[in-house]
Design a protein around this ligand. Structure first.
Ligand code: FSO
Ligand code: SF4
Length: 537
């Protein structure tokens, strides 16, 4: 295997024996064979007016290959078989004669698919710059795919997003120049903005606009179910089905922002958030005592002690865990087994107490825009620092906690994604009632931060987003963060600091293109970075 798609790639170069994430070499090969198949679908779909079902499939299958989403060989192989079937349908519809292997291969067995993945993996492209550009493109698409699937689940789709996915995936099979690939990457940034905007519309139209909320981080005395991942519709079904059963529902990691939505506040058994970011789950799932439902990534290698009470659903998967089937159209998923199990479990063990505050998505911030603008004009707020993205295991990530602690009192942190767990319990105070850490929501809600920035640009009458008193100090881990980064670049944001390390998939030449054109920089030492951030350097 060779995989270097996430920030924790072994030795900062790539996982070759087994993923640091736990992905086995067979699963990695199957995922590579799946992406190969999706390229075949795309080569036919890009020139046909393909039905939405093809775009939906490509989104869901790409989503399954995101870091920590699906470790289940059998499920990935099923997706390959389904993909080949859909590709052959499109082949017949288009009547085109495409010679690429990805457009024609037919797996005879799982072993055959593994062999295919091994011969068409990342390293099959020998030119390191072309490899780097193609993979950057694919990783951006994976992030978009995840967000597009969340929007689809809520009934929101946009064929332009699917069409771009086809074009871009097809582009990775063609003999394109570096410049042409860079242009496709920029278009992918545009598509990431469109997709995050669509998901924002889906979430807020369905569940209301997030509002300022205090979230309990302690526990109650009743048994509970812990829901993690990003899928809000799964949460809605679970809340409906646990109502009046005596079972409480808690969020973990990226599900925390669900508490900010008016629709979910209606449930008296939706009691709080348990624990921290995804990578601490091996300890926190143990002490939670009750069932855990993973709706999306991030799953870490599952311990025996809670294996029997952990479930996956949607595109998440893990061998040996029970998988809750998809809902029938218009219906709900059936969580009765999860609820029945919860009733036999003790209440969660308390690991902390208190509250955290969040809910500062665009509508809520706009509602207090006057106050914010006044604080900037009066000099009470000197700088906004976007510290969105992901958390992860690396010790170097304490950098982000220390930056948060060391920023002067007149700096406000704008956050989204699980990166927030590095500083959202620090009690950094407020500026005239405006908290110094404003949490917009999940990683996809980075879109909200962009909307807020564009609004501030308008209010201050500026012609360039980079003239705002705004800096970006982004933590990344997996491919959704790549999509968010490409979206920022498309929006013209310059000078983003990226850490804890730069992506292993950027070759020196491609990294140089990003530095030269967008002034992307690696994080440095805390003191130096804080000083530079405060003067916009
Ligand atoms: Fe975190 Fe995982 Fe949301 Fe990612 S839970 S790391 S960017 O999947 O998706 O922020
Ligand atoms: Fe390694 Fe990350 Fe790939 Fe997992 S997803 S195999 S940790 S590079």
């Amino acid at each position: 295997m060779f995989c270097f798609q996430c920030q924790e790639a072994a030795k900062g170069t790539g996982c070759t024996v087994k993923g640091v994430c736990g992905k086995t070499d067979t699963c990695a090969a199957l995922q590579d064979a799946l992406v190969h198949t999706l390229k075949g679908i795309s080569l036919y779909a890009e020139n046909t007016n393909a039905d939405k079902k093809y775009g939906r499939f490509v989104s869901q299958a790409l989503f399954a290959t995101i870091t920590n989403a699906n470790f289940d060989d059998a499920r990935i192989y099923e997706l390959i078989l389904e993909g080949v079937k859909l590709r052959n349908e499109l082949k017949a519809i288009s009547g085109a004669n495409v010679t690429c292997d990805c457009a024609n291969w037919i797996p005879s067995s799982m072993a055959d698919a593994i062999a295919k993945g091994n011969s068409f993996g990342v390293l099959s492209q020998e030119n390191e710059d072309i490899r780097s550009l193609r993979e950057l493109l694919i990783y951006g698409l994976k992030g978009i795919a995840a967000y597009a699937d969340h929007a689809y689940v809520l009934g929101y789709e946009d064929t332009a997003i699917y069409n771009h996915m086809f074009k871009a995936l097809a582009a990775t099979t063609k003999d394109l120049s570096a410049d042409e690939l860079v242009a496709m990457i920029m278009k992918t940034g545009e598509s990431a903005v469109t997709t995050m905007a669509l998901l924002d519309k889906a979430n807020t139209s369905t569940y209301g606009n997030p509002e300022v909320t205090e979230v309990n981080i302690g526990v109650g005395a009743r048994p509970g179910i812990l829901i993690s991942g990003h899928d809000l519709r799964d949460l809605k079904d679970l809340l409906e089905q646990t109502k009046g059963t005596g079972v409480d529902v808690y969020t973990h990691s990226e599900m925390l922002p669900a508490h900010y939505y008016p629709e979910f506040k209606k449930y008296e058994n939706f009691v709080g958030n348990y624990g921290n970011a995804w990578w601490k789950q091996d300890k926190e799932f143990e002490s939670f005592n009750g069932p855990i439902l993973m709706t999306t990534n991030c799953i870490v290698p599952v311990r025996e002690s809670y294996k029997n009470r952990m479930f996956t659903t949607g595109m998440a998967g893990y061998p040996g865990l029970k998988h809750i089937a998809d809902r029938k159209e218009g219906g709900q998923k059936d969580f009765s087994e999860v609820i029945a199990l919860a009733k036999t479990c003790p209440a969660p063990t308390q690991i902390e107490t208190g509250k955290i505050v969040g809910g500062f998505a665009h509508a809520q911030v706009m509602a207090v825009a006057d106050k914010v603008v006044e604080a900037v004009k009066a000099g009470a707020i000197k700088r906004f620092v976007v510290m969105a993205g992901c958390d992860g295991r690396h010790k170097e990530r304490s950098y982000f906690t220390e930056v948060a602690e060391n920023l002067p009192q007149d700096a406000v942190i704008l956050t989204a994604g699980c990166a927030k767990y590095r500083y959202n319990k620090l009690n950094l105070g407020d500026i005239g009632g405006i908290p110094r850490v404003l949490d917009a929501g999940q990683c996809n809600d980075s879109y909200s931060l962009a909307v807020i920035a564009l609004k501030l640009k308008e209010v201050f009458g500026l012609d360039d987003i980079n003239k705002l008193p705004l800096s970006f100090d982004i933590a990344w881990y997996e491919q959704k963060a790549v999509a968010v980064l490409l979206a920022l670049l498309f929006l013209g944001v310059k000078g983003v600091r990226l850490g804890p390390t730069l992506p292993a998939f950027l070759s020196p030449n491609v990294a140089k293109v990003l530095v030269d054109n967008f002034d992307i920089k690696p994080i440095g030492d805390v003191e130096g970075d804080v000083a530079k951030i405060m003067v916009g350097a």
